[in-house]
Every structure is written in structure tokens, then in C-alpha cells.
Ligand binder design. Structure first.
Ligand code: 5AD
Ligand code: SF4
Length: 472
């Protein structure tokens, strides 16, 4: 009998996580059950990322390992999905002889039919066309009985900003938005399954619906904000050039919208921003940061930065450090520039040496360490509202983080900081197995006691008489 076990390996962004989930749901209907180890699977799919050179290298080293597995198990079907599949197409079959299937970012809905054909008649397939851009945005809304408390919801696909370093417009296609009704339907379904937080995804959610003439992004947010049972809304990513006053005002007016924004700046130098084709200046960016802080004083702000873009001088780079000092980000994602196929900057001839890119990257990270440390330390002793997601990573992997045997839970603040904490009174759960302690999905107040590099630690607190007087 055919081995109907599936293992999906996801590399890359949240959109890939969402797509992988869609693949698993669709293949479940063809009898495939997900398993945690590739060794047990009859079908392995690698969902790939092409955004930076490093992510792409990871795909090829992974395929090397899977080829060895296939040698031992020739009936194993291996497919590559996502951005590298879209970019390389047929060439991948040549480069990785272990592959049976290469399918791009617009072929997820056709996956079961492709697998069925390979099972029936063997052979190798490539599917990287972008025919039904609108249709692909209709997800299959069936979820597991125990989904996570927090889920991603893709609201649009593609990008047409053509930043000169970026491969996305070439591998994800033109911008297409999902209909608001379809998004609301999906979120309502998620709520029925116990989801309490959604993160709306798109390459640039700020331009949601612009092309189609649907409701604007602030209007969409406002309809989602009215859904009963939903506790928190997040979104990513926002292009600074399209961050409107209406959207900024949502942070003051919509109670479920978390006070966190990811606003990638990429560089603090106007000359480099121009060469990146970002269409904003350092000055407009800073103005928008001021407006955000005016309407929502405790908003957390994170960003993406590229170190060593072609032609970046020491003085351009210092402009970036200076901007970081002005904004004082809560966190940053910083990357060494790498050439991407088709992207305009790959053809620029004033490239920065790898050593210099690495040195600049380290300078960015070091400066941020100071700001993150300072911001997090200021939270010591404060009480933060946390949406409980489940057991902490340590607890879940069998490590006992507490000498008194208290169970450690994890969740996030509205500002997107991870908090690991102990329940106010574990005796409430006496006699119940950890799995039976229904706690995930609750909003709890946690007193922050310790600051770690990437997370906060604390203790849930209880308030006497409806919310005043800390007692734990
Ligand atoms: N080199 C380095 N970083 C890149 N990014 C996108 N393309 C490149 C590239 N060619 C970064 C940008 C973007 C994030 C998702 O990845 O900072 O915001
Ligand atoms: Fe890439 Fe620029 Fe589009 Fe973001 S906005 S996905 S960086 S092209």
C-alpha cells in the first residue's frame, strides 16, 4: 500500500507558513496525514524562500540530505514549492535529480492533482505558471481541532514596488488582494476553532484593495475589529510610503489592534533609499514615526535593515545608525545585502566586500542590543497583559524550568514581546494533566520579573476585587 504520510519543511516568511498549512489541508483530503519526521514520510515537500542568498543555500543543502533519504527509499516523492521553485523552475529538476515535483507560488490549489498524477503514472512535473492569481487566494478553510491561538491570514499576494534589491515581485507576481468577505469568512471560521489572534499578511498590507477598489486596509481592519471572540489583530508588512494617516489612527481607534508595527526602513541614508527605489525619504519616515507615537505613545516599532547595499559609504551607513538612535526601535531584523536574480541592484557595480558587510551588520546588531536591553529593562516590575499561547518552549520539550514544579506558560504582550511565566496558583489545576489545563487563549496579567535576551519572564498576578491591588 502507498505510504500516505506527509512531511512539509517550511523555510522563510509567515506567508510560507500559511501556504504550507494550505498544502497540508488540501493533501489531507487526498488521504495524507502529517508526520513530524521526514524518515516516516512517503511525500516530502520543501517550501522554499529566495529572499536572500542564505535562505536559498539552505534549500540546496536540505535537498542534498533528502537525496540520501531517497536513495534508501526510492518510492519517496519529493517536491519543492515556494519562491525558489518559482525562480528556478525546470532547472531545479536538473540540479536536484531526487526531485519529482517543482511547483511555484501560484500552484498550491493544484497540488493534490499533481501528486495524484505522480502516484498514478510516475514521472517528474514542473508547474510554475501564474494563471489563476485571483483563484489561489481562496483558501481551503478547514482547520485542525486544536489550532494555535494565533493564526496568520494572507490577505493579499505579490508586490509591484520593485525595490532594487528584492526578488519578491519576480517570484510572487503582481499584487492581488482577497475580497474582504472572504477574509472575514476565514477569520470567523478560525474563531469557531478557538483562535483568538490573527496576523494579516501581505507584502505591503497598506496598499490592500487599492487595485481592486475594495475597502481600504483601515476599513478592513475596522470590520475585523468588530468580530466577536477575536481578541487581537496584528498585521505585517507595511511599506512606509503607503502608511496613511487613516491607518495610523487605527492604532488609537481600534481596541483589538495590537500596539506594534513593523515598518521596514532598510537604510537611513536618502541616497541609498533612492537607489533602493523605496520612494520615501528619511525625513518622511521619521515624520510617520512621530505621528504613530503621538496617536499611540506606547507603540512598539520594529524594522528591517540591509547592511552593505551596493554603493553604501561609511557616511551612508552612519546615517542608518543615526536613524536607529533617533527612532529607538524595540527590535530589528538586519541582513547582509545579497544579489538576487533579476533584481536591479544585482547589476550595480559598486558592491561592498563581504567582510565590510559583515562588520556593518554586527555594528547594527550591537547598537540594537543596547536599545532592546534598555526598553526591556524598563519593563521590570511592570504588569503586562499577555495572550496565553500554550506551554513555554522549555516546558514543552520536557525541561522543568521551575524547581517548585510549577508549569511554565508562554504568550505575547500586545507589543509582541514573548513572556514566559508561571500561573498565579498551580493548585487550581491539581489533578489535571497539563493537556487538560485549559489556559491557552486567555488574556492574563503577568508581573515581569526577569529580562532575557529574547524574552521576558514573570509570574501571573491576581487582582483583588475586580482589578485593583496586586496580590500575587
Ligand atoms: N539582501 C539582503 N536583504 C534583503 N531583504 C530583501 N532582499 C534582500 C537582499 N537582496 C530583506 C529586506 C526585507 C526583508 C524581508 O529581507 O530587509 O525587508
Ligand atoms: Fe520586496 Fe520592496 Fe515589495 Fe517589500 S515592497 S516585497 S522589499 S519589492
Amino acid at each position: 500500500m502507498k505510504n500516505k504520510y506527509l512531511h512539509i519543511i517550511t523555510i522563510g516568511c509567515q506567508m510560507n507558513i500559511y501556504d504550507s498549512e494550505q498544502m497540508a489541508i488540501r493533501l489531507k483530503a487526498s488521504g495524507y496525514k502529517s508526520v513530524p519526521f521526514p524518515e516516516d514520510a512517503g511525500l516530502i515537500i520543501v517550501n522554499t524562500c529566495a529572499i536572500r542568498e542564505k535562505a536559498e543555500q539552505k534549500v540546496f543543502s536540505l535537498l542534498g540530505r533528502l537525496a540520501r533519504l531517497k536513495k534508501k527509499k526510492p518510492e519517496l516523492i519529493i517536491g519543492v514549492a515556494g519562491c525558489v521553485a518559482q525562480q528556478e523552475g525546470r532547472a531545479l529538476l536538473k540540479r536536484a535529480p531526487c526531485l519529482d515535483l517543482v511547483f511555484g507560488t501560484h500552484a498550491v490549489s493544484r497540488l493534490p492533482a499533481m501528486i495524484e498524477r505522480i502516484e498514478r503514472q510516475g514521472g517528474r512535473m514542473v508547474e510554475t505558471g501564474m494563471p489563476d492569481q485571483k483563484k489561489l487566494l481562496e483558501p481551503d478553510i478547514q482547520y485542525d481541532q486544536n489550532p494555535n491561538i494565533s493564526k496568520f491570514v494572507t490577505i493579499m499576494q505579490g508586490c509591484e514596488n520593485f525595490c532594487t534589491y528584492c526578488v519578491v515581485p519576480y517570484v510572487r507576481g503582481r499584487e492581488v488582494s482577497r475580497k474582504p468577505e472572504s477574509i472575514i469568512r476565514e477569520i470567523k471560521k478560525l474563531l469557531e476553532f478557538g483562535v483568538r489572534e490573527v496576523t494579516l499578511l501581505g507584502q505591503n498590507v497598506n496598499s490592500y484593495g487599492n487595485k481592486e477598489g475594495f475597502s481600504s486596509f483601515p476599513e478592513l481592519l475596522s470590520s475585523i475589529n468588530q468580530l466577536k471572540g477575536l481578541q487581537r489583530i496584528r498585521f505585517t508588512t507595511s511599506h512606509p510610503k503607503d502608511l496613511s494617516d487613516d491607518l495610523i489612527n487605527c492604532f488609537a481607534n481600534l481596541d483589538k489592534l495590537c500596539n506594534h508595527i513593523h515598518l521596514p526602513v532598510q537604510s537611513g541614508s536618502n541616497r541609498i533609499l533612492r537607489r533602493m527605489h523605496r520612494k520615501y525619504t528619511r525625513e518622511n519616515y521619521l515624520k510617520k514615526i512621530d505621528k504613530l507615537r503621538k496617536v499611540c505613545p506606547d507603540i512598539a516599532i520594529s524594522t528591517d535593515l540591509i547592511a552593505g547595499f551596493p554603493g553604501e559609504s561609511e557616511s551612508d551607513f552612519e546615517d542608518t545608525l543615526e536613524l536607529m538612535k533617533q527612532v529607538e526601535y524595540d527590535s530589528i531584523f538586519a541582513f547582509k545585502y545579497s544579489d538576487r536574480p533579476n533584481a536591479t541592484a544585482a547589476g550595480f557595480n559598486d558592491k561592498i566586500s563581504d567582510n565590510e558587510k559583515l562588520a556593518r551588520l554586527q555594528r547594527l546588531l550591537k547598537l540594537q542590543e543596547y536599545f532592546s536591553g534598555r526598553k526591556n529593562s524598563a519593563l521590570t516590575g511592570s504588569i503586562q497583559t499577555v495572550l496565553v499561547e500554550g506551554l513555554s518552549k522549555k516546558q514543552d520539550s520536557g525541561v522543568q524550568p521551575d524547581p517548585n514544579n510549577n508549569v511554565q506558560w508562554t504568550g505575547r504582550t500586545a507589543t509582541n514581546k514573548i513572556v514566559n511565566f508561571f500561573h498565579a496558583d498551580d493548585r487550581e489545576f491539581a489533578g489535571l494533566s497539563i493537556a487538560d489545563r485549559i489556559y491557552a487563549g486567555k488574556l492574563v496579567d503577568v508581573k515581569i520579573e526577569k529580562i532575557l535576551l529574547h524574552s521576558l519572564q514573570g509570574q501571573e498576578c491576581r487582582f483583588k476585587g475586580g482589578g485593583t491591588g496586586y496580590v500575587a
